[in-house]
Design a protein around this ligand. Structure first.
Ligand code: NAP
Length: 280
């Protein structure tokens, strides 16, 4: 399959740019400097030029708090970007896989969120991402929308922040009333490739399996790295942020591929990070 990948410089994008060719797919990997998805003409021209069978959109404005004040910029990337891709894919007769977020839900439900549970985003980031999902589902016929959560990989992420803080402080205070399924970008990329290879269009939720609070996630990072830093559970009200997050951010993978338990993925990621840090 010939795949055009937008957002190839991000955490998920880097893993896809590595895995797709490894798995035999001809891949055109475009980072932001190569293709700005908010530019509808550039999107149309690029898809016409490369004639892919499938476009994967791993690009997004992922600054959740910044999106509260930078509404135009967030909307341009998260809503109009996927719209531009959907229109161009429909014209070119190719498939589109777009990546979405658990922040489209308000997180007040008691169980993991299923793909067709009604969204109700709490934040500007969530609203712009939901607009992107909807554009894709309405403007092209052959779509996959894959929502994920709590992604870490090569880039700024919670795991790296916790490791940095553990080196700087005696105590780290982490929220214990907000839940997620931490997801390694490599496992997510692998699951996405399985979905497009199966060719079953539709709406998916894809995360590593199991779930935890951010506090439990931090505890596991420290356990696996042998850190003795004190991790203290706090409530969301003790750590206010500009954008509200869903308290229950756990997604149900109903009907889609299953990824391994989050603790196993985290252990392998940390092993590799250790090798990377040791310069191996
Ligand atoms: N990270 C998470 O915890 C999380 C959770 C749920 C869902 N998701 C979703 O998963 C997907 C991948 O996230 P990620 O963690 O890989 O994000 P990421 O590391 O922030 O990568 C996003 C990439 O998109 C690029 N980008 C921004 N604006 C662009 C534009 N106009 N045109 C082209 N590229 C642009 C960014 O480039 P610059 O760095 O140069 O701006 C960056 O390389 C996104 O759809 C995100 O919404 C992520």
């Amino acid at each position: 399959m010939k795949v055009l990948l937008a957002g190839a410089g991000g955490q998920l994008g880097r893993e896809l740019a590595r895995l797709l060719p490894e798995q035999g797919h001809e891949t055109v990997s475009l980072a932001r400097a190569d293709l700005d998805i908010a530019d509808s003409r550039a999107v149309g021209r690029t898809i016409e030029q490369h004639t892919p069978d499938l476009v994967i959109n791993a690009a997004a404005f992922t600054g959740v708090d910044a999106a509260e004040t930078e509404a135009e910029a967030a909307y341009a990337v998260n809503a109009l970007g996927p719209r531009n891709l959907a229109v161009a894919c429909e014209r070119a007769g190719c498939e589109l896989l777009h990546v979405g977020t658990n922040y489209v839900f308000d997180g007040t439900g008691e169980r993991p969120y299923e793909p067709f549970d009604p969204p109700n985003p709490l934040s500007g980031y969530g609203r712009t991402k939901l607009a992107g999902d909807e554009y894709v589902m309405r403007l092209c016929r052959r779509w996959y929308v894959v929502r994920t959560a709590g992604v870490y990989g090569e880039g700024g992420n919670f795991v790296r922040t916790m490791l940095r803080l553990a080196g700087e402080r005696d105590e780290i205070r982490v929220k214990n009333d907000e839940f997620v399924s931490p997801t390694w970008a490599r496992d997510l990329a692998d699951g996405i490739i399985r979905i497009v290879e199966a060719g079953d269009y539709g709406l998916y939720h894809l995360t590593n399996s199991g779930s935890c609070s951010w506090y439990e996630f931090a505890r596991e990072i420290m356990r696996l790295t042998g850190s003795e830093v004190r991790v203290t559970p706090i409530s969301t009200s003790e750590f206010p942020l500009p954008a509200p997050r869903p308290p229950n951010g756990v997604l149900s993978g109903l009907g889609g591929p299953r990824l391994r338990p989050w603790r196993d993925a985290l252990a392998e990621y940390l092993d590799r990070e250790g090798e990377f840090r040791a310069g191996k």
